[in-house]
Ligand binder design. Structure first.
Ligand code: F6P
Length: 254
């Protein structure tokens, strides 16, 4: 596991560097993309790099991690809308090359199988971007006694609905369910980039990276993956062991 700790204002720049390396090595990369506040600095930088002609997504494919169940696709808080506004409408990835679970599908189970098949047919994810929930979820794989390998419908944890209620008029409007890719899909990605920012994530980041691997903290399973890059700002890194912070700071590539 490679850990980078950078000042908050450099998170985007590092995100640009990481995607540029990936697209240079494999222009037709299959990218796993995330929503939430966390990836926004990455996406801003990617848009800027595309506009400058420094990177191109023209040959890439993208698959999003998750989507709320029941929100219309055009709803301002649907992840489909989020992706269009924050990335997809501003880069050269062809519209037909991005896939997001359809949270409005009449048959949600069939939609999950469709998504898994699309991922399998394309050979899985090359480069997976992840945020982390305050309870340690990745995608919407919530803590619990077990985890699910494939794409599935999940009941959102109350703390997740509370955390995400900041984007809605009230918590009552936050959907209770979502479709998420499973832990198997995430852990099969050839390269994983986990990003966290802010002091409120410091505790869960330290637990996920240095505590026991447990289904009660889904992000802890990243310790078992052979190719994870962790990008933290100084606040999100503040509860890591001091020795880890020192060596990570020395590795900063931007
Ligand atoms: O980045 P945020 O807004 O803190 O959200 C944490 C995580 O929860 C999700 O919103 C759920 O998938 C992720 O997209 C995100 O990485």
């Amino acid at each position: 596991m490679k850990i980078y700790i950078v000042p908050q204002e450099q998170i985007g720049k590092l995100g640009g560097e990481l995607i540029a390396r990936q697209l240079q090595a494999k222009p037709d990369s299959v990218l796993g993309l995330a929503t939430g506040s966390t990836p926004i600095p990455f996406y801003k930088e990617w848009i800027s790099l595309v506009k400058q002609g420094k990177i191109s997504f023209a040959r890439a494919r993208s698959f999003n991690l998750d989507e709320y169940v029941g929100l219309p696709g055009g709803h301002p808080q649907s992840y489909r809308t989020f992706m269009r506004e924050n990335l997809l409408d501003h880069i050269d990835l062809p519209a037909s090359a991005s896939d997001i679970p359809n949270g409005q599908a009449k048959d949600l189970e069939a939609e999950c199988r469709r998504y898994d098949k699309a991922l399998e047919d394309i050979g899985g994810i090359d480069w997976q971007l992840l945020g982390i929930g305050h309870n340690g979820h990745i995608g919407f794989n919530e803590p619990g006694p077990s985890l699910t390998a494939g794409t599935h419908v999940v009941e959102l944890a109350e703390e997740t609905r509370e955390a995400n209620s900041r984007f809605f008029a009230s918590i009552d409007e936050v959907p209770t369910q979502a479709i998420t890719v499973g832990m198997g899909t995430i852990l099969k990605a050839r390269q994983i980039v986990l990003v966290a920012q802010g002091e409120s994530k410091a505790g869960i980041v330290a637990e996920a990276l240095t505590g026991p691997v447990t289904t009660e903290l889904p992000a802890s399973f990243l310790q078992l993956h052979g190719s994870v890059t962790v990008v933290l700002d100084e606040a999100a890194a503040s509860k890591l062991p001091a020795s880890l912070i020192e060596s990570a700071k020395g590795a900063n590539p931007v």
